[in-house]
Design a protein around this ligand. Structure first.
Ligand code: ADP
Ligand code: MG
Length: 284
Protein backbone atom coordinates (compact mmCIF):
# COMPACT_ATOMS: atom_id res chain seq x y z
CA UNK A 1 0.00 0.00 0.00
CA UNK A 2 1.30 3.47 -0.91
CA UNK A 3 -0.46 5.51 1.72
CA UNK A 4 1.63 8.66 1.42
CA UNK A 5 -0.25 11.94 1.31
CA UNK A 6 2.23 13.39 -1.18
CA UNK A 7 1.96 10.68 -3.83
CA UNK A 8 0.44 11.90 -7.06
CA UNK A 9 -2.03 9.45 -8.55
CA UNK A 10 -0.34 9.35 -11.95
CA UNK A 11 0.11 5.60 -11.87
CA UNK A 12 -3.51 5.17 -12.86
CA UNK A 13 -5.58 6.36 -15.77
CA UNK A 14 -9.23 6.80 -14.92
CA UNK A 15 -12.02 5.80 -17.29
CA UNK A 16 -15.77 5.49 -17.15
CA UNK A 17 -17.82 6.28 -14.06
CA UNK A 18 -19.03 3.20 -12.20
CA UNK A 19 -21.23 4.88 -9.65
CA UNK A 20 -21.61 7.74 -7.24
CA UNK A 21 -22.79 8.34 -3.73
CA UNK A 22 -22.98 11.17 -1.23
CA UNK A 23 -19.36 12.34 -1.34
CA UNK A 24 -17.69 10.32 -4.02
CA UNK A 25 -17.53 9.38 -7.65
CA UNK A 26 -16.24 5.90 -8.40
CA UNK A 27 -14.40 5.47 -11.69
CA UNK A 28 -12.82 2.59 -13.47
CA UNK A 29 -9.02 2.98 -13.36
CA UNK A 30 -6.20 1.21 -15.17
CA UNK A 31 -2.90 0.76 -13.40
CA UNK A 32 -0.62 1.97 -16.18
CA UNK A 33 2.35 -0.30 -15.45
CA UNK A 34 0.45 -3.54 -15.03
CA UNK A 35 -2.59 -2.87 -17.21
CA UNK A 36 -4.82 -4.10 -14.38
CA UNK A 37 -8.27 -2.61 -13.84
CA UNK A 38 -9.42 -1.20 -10.50
CA UNK A 39 -12.20 0.92 -9.08
CA UNK A 40 -11.05 4.35 -7.96
CA UNK A 41 -13.17 6.29 -5.49
CA UNK A 42 -12.49 9.98 -6.07
CA UNK A 43 -13.51 12.26 -3.25
CA UNK A 44 -13.44 16.03 -3.68
CA UNK A 45 -12.09 17.54 -0.48
CA UNK A 46 -14.24 20.66 -0.99
CA UNK A 47 -17.37 18.59 -0.56
CA UNK A 48 -15.99 17.27 2.67
CA UNK A 49 -15.63 20.68 4.35
CA UNK A 50 -13.86 19.55 7.47
CA UNK A 51 -15.33 16.11 7.32
CA UNK A 52 -12.13 14.56 5.99
CA UNK A 53 -12.05 12.62 9.22
CA UNK A 54 -14.87 10.55 7.74
CA UNK A 55 -12.60 9.49 4.95
CA UNK A 56 -9.49 8.98 7.02
CA UNK A 57 -11.69 6.82 9.16
CA UNK A 58 -12.74 4.87 6.09
CA UNK A 59 -9.08 4.33 5.20
CA UNK A 60 -8.30 3.06 8.66
CA UNK A 61 -11.25 0.71 8.64
CA UNK A 62 -10.38 -0.60 5.20
CA UNK A 63 -6.74 -1.06 6.13
CA UNK A 64 -7.76 -3.27 8.99
CA UNK A 65 -10.30 -5.39 7.18
CA UNK A 66 -8.95 -5.27 3.64
CA UNK A 67 -7.40 -8.66 3.24
CA UNK A 68 -9.29 -10.37 6.00
CA UNK A 69 -12.40 -11.65 4.25
CA UNK A 70 -13.17 -12.86 0.72
CA UNK A 71 -16.51 -11.02 0.62
CA UNK A 72 -15.24 -7.57 1.54
CA UNK A 73 -13.99 -5.21 -1.19
CA UNK A 74 -10.21 -4.82 -0.83
CA UNK A 75 -8.51 -1.43 -0.63
CA UNK A 76 -5.37 -1.65 -2.78
CA UNK A 77 -3.97 1.84 -2.64
CA UNK A 78 -4.74 5.42 -1.67
CA UNK A 79 -3.39 8.92 -2.13
CA UNK A 80 -4.34 12.53 -1.64
CA UNK A 81 -3.78 15.59 -3.79
CA UNK A 82 -4.58 19.18 -2.87
CA UNK A 83 -8.14 18.77 -4.14
CA UNK A 84 -8.97 15.09 -4.14
CA UNK A 85 -8.61 11.90 -2.25
CA UNK A 86 -8.25 8.67 -4.20
CA UNK A 87 -9.05 5.20 -2.91
CA UNK A 88 -8.19 2.32 -5.23
CA UNK A 89 -10.23 -0.86 -4.77
CA UNK A 90 -10.46 -4.21 -6.45
CA UNK A 91 -12.92 -3.80 -9.28
CA UNK A 92 -16.31 -5.44 -8.98
CA UNK A 93 -17.67 -5.78 -12.50
CA UNK A 94 -20.97 -7.43 -11.61
CA UNK A 95 -22.86 -4.32 -10.50
CA UNK A 96 -24.92 -3.62 -7.40
CA UNK A 97 -27.26 -6.08 -5.73
CA UNK A 98 -29.82 -3.29 -6.01
CA UNK A 99 -29.79 -3.49 -9.82
CA UNK A 100 -30.01 -7.28 -9.82
CA UNK A 101 -33.06 -7.16 -7.56
CA UNK A 102 -34.66 -4.55 -9.81
CA UNK A 103 -33.90 -6.60 -12.91
CA UNK A 104 -35.26 -9.82 -11.41
CA UNK A 105 -38.21 -8.39 -9.48
CA UNK A 106 -37.20 -10.57 -6.58
CA UNK A 107 -34.96 -13.51 -5.72
CA UNK A 108 -35.84 -17.17 -5.44
CA UNK A 109 -35.84 -17.99 -1.77
CA UNK A 110 -32.93 -20.44 -1.93
CA UNK A 111 -30.80 -17.90 -3.83
CA UNK A 112 -31.77 -15.18 -1.37
CA UNK A 113 -30.80 -17.40 1.58
CA UNK A 114 -27.41 -18.20 0.04
CA UNK A 115 -26.71 -14.50 -0.55
CA UNK A 116 -27.87 -13.41 2.89
CA UNK A 117 -25.77 -16.14 4.47
CA UNK A 118 -22.62 -15.03 2.65
CA UNK A 119 -23.15 -11.37 3.53
CA UNK A 120 -24.03 -12.26 7.13
CA UNK A 121 -20.75 -14.19 7.44
CA UNK A 122 -18.88 -11.08 6.28
CA UNK A 123 -20.89 -8.98 8.75
CA UNK A 124 -19.97 -11.41 11.54
CA UNK A 125 -16.32 -11.00 10.54
CA UNK A 126 -16.63 -7.19 10.69
CA UNK A 127 -18.32 -7.38 14.08
CA UNK A 128 -15.62 -9.73 15.35
CA UNK A 129 -13.11 -7.03 14.30
CA UNK A 130 -15.09 -4.48 16.35
CA UNK A 131 -16.43 -2.77 13.24
CA UNK A 132 -20.02 -1.72 12.58
CA UNK A 133 -20.70 -1.08 8.88
CA UNK A 134 -23.73 1.16 9.50
CA UNK A 135 -24.70 1.55 5.85
CA UNK A 136 -25.60 -1.93 4.67
CA UNK A 137 -28.02 -1.78 1.74
CA UNK A 138 -28.24 -3.28 -1.76
CA UNK A 139 -26.37 -0.30 -3.29
CA UNK A 140 -23.35 -1.17 -1.17
CA UNK A 141 -23.36 -4.88 -1.98
CA UNK A 142 -21.52 -5.53 -5.24
CA UNK A 143 -20.91 -8.59 -7.40
CA UNK A 144 -17.31 -9.42 -8.21
CA UNK A 145 -18.13 -10.46 -11.80
CA UNK A 146 -21.18 -10.32 -14.08
CA UNK A 147 -21.73 -14.09 -13.65
CA UNK A 148 -25.03 -15.16 -12.09
CA UNK A 149 -23.20 -17.06 -9.33
CA UNK A 150 -20.56 -14.33 -8.75
CA UNK A 151 -19.28 -13.63 -5.22
CA UNK A 152 -21.09 -10.85 -3.41
CA UNK A 153 -18.90 -8.20 -1.78
CA UNK A 154 -19.50 -5.66 0.97
CA UNK A 155 -18.40 -2.17 -0.10
CA UNK A 156 -18.55 1.39 1.24
CA UNK A 157 -17.34 1.71 4.77
CA UNK A 158 -17.68 5.50 4.63
CA UNK A 159 -19.91 5.71 7.66
CA UNK A 160 -18.47 3.01 9.82
CA UNK A 161 -16.32 3.54 12.87
CA UNK A 162 -13.57 1.61 14.47
CA UNK A 163 -15.02 0.88 17.84
CA UNK A 164 -13.05 1.54 20.92
CA UNK A 165 -13.86 -1.10 23.43
CA UNK A 166 -15.59 1.01 26.07
CA UNK A 167 -17.60 3.08 23.62
CA UNK A 168 -19.00 0.00 21.96
CA UNK A 169 -22.73 0.62 22.08
CA UNK A 170 -23.02 4.38 22.11
CA UNK A 171 -22.39 6.05 18.81
CA UNK A 172 -25.26 8.43 18.61
CA UNK A 173 -25.09 10.60 15.53
CA UNK A 174 -27.68 10.20 12.83
CA UNK A 175 -26.33 8.79 9.60
CA UNK A 176 -27.14 6.21 6.98
CA UNK A 177 -30.10 5.73 4.67
CA UNK A 178 -33.57 6.01 6.29
CA UNK A 179 -35.03 2.85 4.74
CA UNK A 180 -32.40 0.58 6.24
CA UNK A 181 -31.88 2.44 9.51
CA UNK A 182 -32.71 0.75 12.81
CA UNK A 183 -35.23 2.27 15.27
CA UNK A 184 -32.58 2.92 17.95
CA UNK A 185 -30.82 5.30 15.56
CA UNK A 186 -33.90 7.57 15.51
CA UNK A 187 -34.49 7.15 19.19
CA UNK A 188 -30.86 8.19 19.76
CA UNK A 189 -30.36 5.36 22.18
CA UNK A 190 -27.12 4.29 20.53
CA UNK A 191 -26.24 2.29 17.50
CA UNK A 192 -23.80 -0.54 17.68
CA UNK A 193 -23.58 -3.85 15.87
CA UNK A 194 -27.36 -4.55 16.02
CA UNK A 195 -27.99 -1.83 13.38
CA UNK A 196 -26.27 -4.05 10.81
CA UNK A 197 -28.52 -7.00 11.67
CA UNK A 198 -31.58 -4.77 11.32
CA UNK A 199 -30.32 -3.59 7.91
CA UNK A 200 -29.83 -7.22 6.88
CA UNK A 201 -33.47 -7.85 7.82
CA UNK A 202 -34.54 -5.04 5.49
CA UNK A 203 -32.21 -6.32 2.73
CA UNK A 204 -33.65 -9.84 3.13
CA UNK A 205 -37.22 -8.54 2.95
CA UNK A 206 -36.29 -6.61 -0.21
CA UNK A 207 -34.65 -9.69 -1.77
CA UNK A 208 -37.73 -11.82 -1.15
CA UNK A 209 -40.40 -9.48 -2.52
CA UNK A 210 -38.70 -6.66 -4.47
CA UNK A 211 -39.77 -3.72 -2.27
CA UNK A 212 -38.73 -2.44 1.16
CA UNK A 213 -40.80 -2.93 4.35
CA UNK A 214 -40.98 0.67 5.57
CA UNK A 215 -41.52 2.46 2.28
CA UNK A 216 -43.92 5.34 3.00
CA UNK A 217 -45.00 8.59 1.37
CA UNK A 218 -42.38 10.67 3.11
CA UNK A 219 -39.33 10.35 5.29
CA UNK A 220 -41.16 11.24 8.51
CA UNK A 221 -43.79 8.54 8.03
CA UNK A 222 -41.04 6.11 7.12
CA UNK A 223 -39.23 6.95 10.34
CA UNK A 224 -42.40 6.50 12.41
CA UNK A 225 -43.02 3.13 10.75
CA UNK A 226 -39.47 2.02 11.57
CA UNK A 227 -39.75 3.12 15.21
CA UNK A 228 -43.05 1.26 15.56
CA UNK A 229 -41.74 -1.76 13.65
CA UNK A 230 -44.79 -1.30 11.43
CA UNK A 231 -44.45 -3.58 8.41
CA UNK A 232 -46.32 -6.57 7.00
CA UNK A 233 -45.61 -9.43 4.65
CA UNK A 234 -48.09 -7.95 2.20
CA UNK A 235 -49.54 -7.77 -0.43
CA UNK A 236 -49.98 -11.52 0.04
CA UNK A 237 -49.50 -12.37 -3.62
CA UNK A 238 -45.86 -11.26 -3.31
CA UNK A 239 -45.32 -13.52 -0.31
CA UNK A 240 -47.31 -16.60 -1.30
CA UNK A 241 -44.21 -18.57 -2.31
CA UNK A 242 -42.07 -17.50 0.61
CA UNK A 243 -41.62 -19.97 3.49
CA UNK A 244 -42.60 -19.25 7.09
CA UNK A 245 -38.95 -19.88 8.02
CA UNK A 246 -37.84 -16.98 5.81
CA UNK A 247 -40.49 -14.66 7.26
CA UNK A 248 -39.45 -15.74 10.73
CA UNK A 249 -35.84 -14.85 9.91
CA UNK A 250 -36.86 -11.35 8.75
CA UNK A 251 -39.07 -10.91 11.83
CA UNK A 252 -36.15 -11.74 14.14
CA UNK A 253 -33.76 -9.34 12.37
CA UNK A 254 -36.42 -6.62 12.62
CA UNK A 255 -36.73 -6.88 16.41
CA UNK A 256 -37.28 -3.33 17.65
CA UNK A 257 -35.22 -3.62 20.83
CA UNK A 258 -31.56 -3.97 19.76
CA UNK A 259 -30.78 -5.92 22.91
CA UNK A 260 -33.25 -8.62 21.94
CA UNK A 261 -32.21 -8.65 18.28
CA UNK A 262 -30.09 -11.66 17.32
CA UNK A 263 -26.38 -11.12 16.69
CA UNK A 264 -24.86 -11.89 13.27
CA UNK A 265 -23.64 -15.18 14.76
CA UNK A 266 -27.13 -16.05 16.00
CA UNK A 267 -28.58 -15.14 12.59
CA UNK A 268 -26.21 -17.64 11.01
CA UNK A 269 -27.59 -20.28 13.38
CA UNK A 270 -31.17 -19.54 12.29
CA UNK A 271 -32.74 -22.44 10.44
CA UNK A 272 -33.25 -20.39 7.28
CA UNK A 273 -29.51 -19.77 6.90
CA UNK A 274 -28.17 -22.86 8.65
CA UNK A 275 -30.03 -25.22 6.35
CA UNK A 276 -29.62 -22.89 3.39
CA UNK A 277 -29.92 -24.93 0.21
CA UNK A 278 -31.38 -28.03 1.92
CA UNK A 279 -35.06 -27.72 2.73
CA UNK A 280 -36.19 -26.08 -0.51
CA UNK A 281 -34.96 -29.05 -2.47
CA UNK A 282 -37.48 -31.14 -0.54
CA UNK A 283 -40.36 -28.78 -1.19
CA UNK A 284 -39.43 -28.11 -4.84
P1 ADP B 1 -20.56 6.34 -1.38
O1 ADP B 1 -19.87 6.34 -0.07
O2 ADP B 1 -20.51 7.67 -2.04
O3 ADP B 1 -21.94 5.72 -1.33
P2 ADP B 1 -19.59 3.86 -2.58
O4 ADP B 1 -18.31 3.32 -2.07
O5 ADP B 1 -20.84 3.20 -2.10
O6 ADP B 1 -19.65 5.43 -2.32
O7 ADP B 1 -19.55 3.82 -4.15
C1 ADP B 1 -20.61 4.35 -4.92
C2 ADP B 1 -20.98 3.38 -6.03
O8 ADP B 1 -19.84 3.14 -6.87
C3 ADP B 1 -21.39 2.00 -5.52
O9 ADP B 1 -22.75 1.96 -5.15
C4 ADP B 1 -21.05 1.14 -6.74
O10 ADP B 1 -22.07 1.23 -7.72
C5 ADP B 1 -19.80 1.79 -7.30
N1 ADP B 1 -18.60 1.11 -6.75
C6 ADP B 1 -18.04 1.32 -5.54
N2 ADP B 1 -16.98 0.53 -5.34
C7 ADP B 1 -16.83 -0.24 -6.44
C8 ADP B 1 -15.95 -1.30 -6.84
N3 ADP B 1 -14.96 -1.72 -6.06
N4 ADP B 1 -16.14 -1.88 -8.05
C9 ADP B 1 -17.16 -1.44 -8.85
N5 ADP B 1 -18.04 -0.48 -8.54
C10 ADP B 1 -17.90 0.13 -7.36
MG1 MG C 1 -22.51 3.72 -1.05
Amino acid sequence: MTGSTTTVPCQYRTGKTLGSGTYAIVKEAVHIKSGEYYACKVINKKLMQGREYMIRNEINVLKRVSKGHPNIVTLKDYFETAHNLYLVFDLCTGGELFDRICAKGNYYEADAAALVRTVMQAVRYLHDCGIVHRDLKPENLLFRTPAEEADIMIADFGLSRILEEEKLQLLTEICGTPGYMAPEIFKKTGHGKPVDVWAMGVVTYFLLCGYTPFDRENQDQEMQAIIAGDYKFEPVEYWANVSQTAKDFVTECLTIDPQNRPTAEQCLQHRWLRDSGKHWVESA
